[in-house]
Design a protein around this ligand. Structure first.
Ligand SMILES: [Zn+2]
Length: 111
């Protein structure tokens, strides 16, 4: 991968990190407000809260991968699958620049 592409991924990762952090902050505020706003929780509210915490769990998981992705950029290992060492395809990297594994290895790990 050339230096210009690496710089673009670095910028994308830093932006993603900031976005995820602010989404996690604002959604935890929204959840607290929802709990404060009503005493008897309806099923809808409970469901919305479960959904919000599931979304936050995913955001936290992505956030955790970002520092090591930034480190891989500096080490020249960015874009290579951590399991099979093959290049991760570009559409996947564009969607998930923090990805550690190529789609095949990721799928194997989910099974
Ligand atoms: Zn792989």
């Amino acid at each position: 991968m050339d230096a210009a592409a690496l710089r673009e991924y670095e910028t994308a990762l830093l932006k993603l990190q900031a976005d995820l952090r602010s989404e996690i902050d604002s959604s935890s505020e929204a959840r607290t407000a929802a709990i404060d706003g009503r005493i008897g929780r309806s099923g809808d509210t409970l469901h919305a809260q479960q959904l919000a915490s599931e979304m936050n769990r995913r955001r936290q998981a992505r956030l955790k991968l970002i520092p090591s992705a930034l480190q891989r950029i500096r080490q020249g290992a960015f874009g290579l699958c951590a399991a099979c060492r093959h290049p991760i395809n570009t559409p996947r990297l564009n969607a998930f620049p923090e990805a550690l594994f190529c789609i095949n290895c990721q799928r194997d790990r989910m099974l």
